[in-house]
Design a protein around this ligand. Structure first.
Ligand code: RI2
Length: 314
């Protein structure tokens, strides 16, 4: 195993590197470095590449940006090429994925910003670079609105969002997660990111998102999801369910408190699934789609070959 890949994988797992888009870009960066630094035979190179890819894929199983980053880099990889060409090719594709991710987020900001109107009150959840791109772009275009950021237990990524918004000069309110329904009647929009989008348009995002979407639906507030096309999950075309990562209970309660309480099981799912009927639209870098059109994105990006195995699996 490559030392740098192990290091990156650890950081992704302990969330030092977090946010679905960033996880995808850092994966690409780690593969690029691996290709640049590898010395050995072509056979060893391919064997190591597969091993390293498998290791990375398992660090955060829900974020499909990670495996899609690898799919993008290794797509159509011609193992008949000589080692130098193969390396060069993979390095170029890694760089291209990073570029593509950054430009997609910018584009999503531009497209999504049109949906924000003066005077809007917007609620958001967790800390999504895509959702923030929409909000910040609207602000930079001179729109005047206010944002309500849910703090997002247990890791409080909502604080990062609130801080980022304040730095930008956007009117920001920080609320506890359970205050969402209390404020929802005053909201105009909910804008969130995604860790994965399924073929049926269901959106997997930070735990609490589905409840937020339900509350929004009840109050007839539109829910907008900001997600790059590499957040769409190709395996869901064949009916595979997206794995929901359950993280360590120590993120929820201290060891000391748990010991004090005694026999208690603490559960910590990191994500939940919001059904398509609770989502009004998904803003991608290719344009706005209804959640029901997710299948079209998947078909365009990944084709229909349901039996196709990923390079790191064969
Ligand atoms: P961007 C995050 O996951 C949040 O769930 C966020 O909504 C999502 O990734 C998308 O973030 P985590 O890494 O890709 O905090 O839009 O578990 O930045």
């Amino acid at each position: 195993m490559d030392k740098n890949i192990i290091e990156t994988g650890k950081k992704i797992k302990n969330m030092e590197i977090r946010g679905a888009a960033k996880i995808g870009r850092e994966t690409a960066r780690a593969i690029k470095l691996f290709c640049e630094n590898f010395s050995g035979s072509k056979k060893d190179f391919i064997k190591n590449l597969k091993e390293n890819a498998r290791f990375l894929v398992n660090t955060r199983p829900t974020a499909v940006s990670l495996s899609n980053s690898l799919r993008y880099i290794m797509r159509d990889m011609d193992t008949e090429m000589d080692l130098e060409d193969l390396r060069e090719n993979l390095i170029k594709r890694s760089e291209k994925f990073i570029e593509l991710s950054l430009s997609a987020i910018k584009k999503i900001g531009e497209i999504g910003a049109n949906r924000i109107r003066d005077g809007d009150r917007i609620m958001t959840h967790c800390n999504s670079s895509c959702a923030l791109s929409v909000i910040k772009t609207a602000f930079r275009k001179g729109k005047d609105f206010e944002v309500f950021a849910r703090e997002t237990r247990p890791r409080y990524q909502g604080l990062l969002t609130a801080e980022e918004l304040c730095k930008e000069g956007i009117k920001t309110n920080l609320i506890v997660d359970s205050a969402a329904r209390y404020f929802m009647a005053d909201m105009d929009l909910v804008i969130i990111g995604a860790d994965a989008v399924a073929a049926n348009g269901a959106v997997v995002n930070k735990i609490g998102t589905s409840e937020l979407a339900l509350i929004a639906k009840e109050a007839r507030v539109d829910v907008i999801v900001a997600a790059e096309t590499y957040k769409f999950h190709p395996e869901t075309i064949a009916g595979k369910l997206i794995e929901i990562e359950e993280r360590d209970w120590r993120e929820v309660i201290s060891e000391e408190k748990k010991r004090e309480i005694g026999d208690i099981k603490v559960r910590n799912p990191a994500f939940d699934v919001t059904p398509p009927e609770f989502i009004d639209l998904i803003v991608t870098e290719k344009g706005i789609i209804s959640p029901q059109a997710a299948i079209m994105i998947l078909k365009t990006e990944y084709g229909w070959d349901l039996d196709k195995k990923d390079f790191w699996e064969v």
